[in-house]
Design a protein around this ligand. Structure first.
Ligand code: BGC
Length: 506
């Protein structure tokens, strides 16, 4: 006899599946209410006006003028995007993009030209007040990075971030920013990418100050920056709490997939994350206030083998650990790409001191990963979801702001930047999965970059912007690219393009 009951059960089950699938599809289309989209730049990369109205040289002014062979096209940021003179154009473009917030940085030597004394440059105050006031007048929240790599050259002459004194100078700078602008700026990023800065400056010699102190300067630099971060956070909480803002930092990290399924390569991938991301995140977001144990042991051991009396990885005092532990209201994550990690044939050890040797793993790339104009920036969106999961599980699901994510085009790119449109969609899809399925606490996304700009040692040979900038035009004309329109739609509807029927016609 025909079993109606069974048929009904199958039918109901089918309905449930369809409803579940539809619900999942809609939740995987739309960002949660309150999720915010923004875009970012940094002072040296866009402002220009390197020596006007009292501004003194930063390490980037110095390097590009005196060490210009370090920059691929021998260019500099003397004019860059001329943003110092084009506040209104920039604000109009931000408005066109429809962002909720704009992340930019403050040029230390524009605000405090004589780092070390208390002179505040009125023109610096005027300029940043104007930027902030105009942003707010247009309903765009300022998200301010205090230090985005442009250290005063006068402090570099004293040893820069390898000199403990720089912490005190930085705190004076941070305090000045809080007190001048904190009535309107409610989101502060103390440091941009400590590891990129310190490793590139001291190990790879690919960013200013292009110094040679590998495996020593690298750790000192990060150690003092971490301490400066922790103390700036505590200063804000003690003296500026009435401003009701939040303070965090931006940590850069790729994701590392094991090159093969072997236990060794899995271990190599873990090493890569621990000695990269966790190096900076662990002291702040773990319960210990200290470096990861793996780094402690490994660098202590290597240092001893190399005949050092003290470990090349400095130690925090108990008081310093207490300052660092929990010293961030959010974790800013700058993420562009992923890599493959494998275990080297034999442990890397050498008489030479080097961060890379301390990390001891090999890097490669999956040939199937799509390329970008920067060799080692492949398009691997699934890596971002993995990294977000790792953060959730390792650090008790902190609030994460993606403070940078973007695609490198080359100098020939104009406005048809399909690859950037696709990159942004793919990475945002993974972020949405991380939020909806994995319950990661990601609440903000920042595209890098608002417009093409001076790309550090790559000069103007790479373009990351959603607005094209004509660097041959004295007016530095900005033109929206396809990605500007595509991102604007995502922001407007809070929805991924594949879920918008009209998107294909854009
Ligand atoms: C930096 C930006 C830079 C971007 C692209 C990040 O590491 O914070 O200043 O332009 O990467 O290279």
């Amino acid at each position: 006899m025909f079993n109606y009951k069974y048929l009904l059960q199958v039918f109901c089950f089918g309905i449930i599946l369809v409803v579940q699938k539809t619900m999942q599809n809609t939740t995987l289309c739309t960002f949660p209410p309150g999720f915010k989209f923004g875009t970012a730049t940094s002072a040296y990369q866009i402002e220009g006006a390197w020596n006007v109205s009292g501004k003194t040289p930063s390490i980037w002014d110095f390097a590009t003028h005196n060490n210009f062979e370090s920059i691929i096209d021998r260019s500099n940021g003397d004019i860059a995007c001329d943003s110092y003179n084009q506040i209104d154009v920039d604000i109009a473009n931000l408005q066109l993009l429809n962002v909720s917030f704009y992340r930019f940085s403050i040029s230390w030597t524009r605000l405090l030209p004589n780092a070390g004394n208390n002179f505040i440059n009125p023109d610096g105050v005027r300029y940043y007040n104007e930027v902030i006031d105009k942003l707010i007048a247009h309903n765009i929240d300022p998200m301010v990075t205090i230090f985005h790599w442009d250290l005063p050259q006068s402090l570099q002459d004293l040893g820069g971030w390898t000199n403990k004194l720089t912490i005190e100078y930085y705190l004076q700078f941070a305090r000045t920013c809080f007190s001048l602008f904190g009535d309107r700026v409610k989101t502060w990023i103390t440091f941009n990418e400590i590891s990129m800065y310190c490793v590139s400056a001291y190990d790879k010699k690919s960013l200013a100050p292009f110094a040679s102190l590998s495996g020593i300067g690298t750790y000192l630099c990060a150690h003092y920056m971490l301490l400066a971060h922790g103390r700036a956070y505590r200063i804000y909480k003690k003296d500026f709490i009435h401003q009701k803002g939040i303070v965090g930092l931006s940590i850069d990290s790729p994701w590392y997939f094991p090159a093969t399924n072997t236990a060794n390569d899995k271990m190599a991938a873990m090493r890569a994350i621990i000695t990269g991301f966790d190096w900076l995140a662990h002291p702040i977001f773990s319960q210990t206030g200290d470096y990861p144990l793996f780094m402690r042991k490994r660098i202590d051991y290597n240092s001893k083998q190399q005949g050092f009396k003290e470990s090349r990885l400095p130690r925090f005092t108990t008081k310093e650990k207490a300052i660092l532990q929990g010293s961030a209201d959010f974790l800013g994550l700058n993420h562009y790409t992923s890599k493959l990690a494998s275990m080297p044939m034999s442990e890397k050890a050498s008489e030479m001191t080097s961060y890379e040797i301390d990390r001891s793993f090999d890097i490669s790339f999956d040939p199937k990963w799509p390329k970008s104009a920067r060799n080692h920036f492949k398009v691997v969106p699934q890596g971002l979801r993995k990294l977000l999961l790792y953060i959730r599980d390792t650090y008790n699901n902190p609030i994460v702001y993606i403070t940078e994510n973007g695609y490198a085009g080359d100098h020939s790119e104009y406005i048809d930047d399909h690859d950037r449109v696709s990159y942004t969609n793919l990475y945002l899809t993974e972020i949405l999965k991380a939020i909806v399925i994995d319950k990661c606490n990601v609440t903000k996304y920042t595209s890098w970059s608002f417009m093409d700009n001076f790309e550090w040692h790559d000069g103007y040979t790479l373009r990351f912007g959603m607005f094209h900038v004509d660097f041959n035009d004295p007016k530095r004309k900005r033109t929206p690219k396809k990605s500007m329109y595509a991102y604007r739609n995502i922001i407007r509807f809070g929805t991924l393009p594949r879920c918008l029927s009209f998107e294909k016609s854009i």
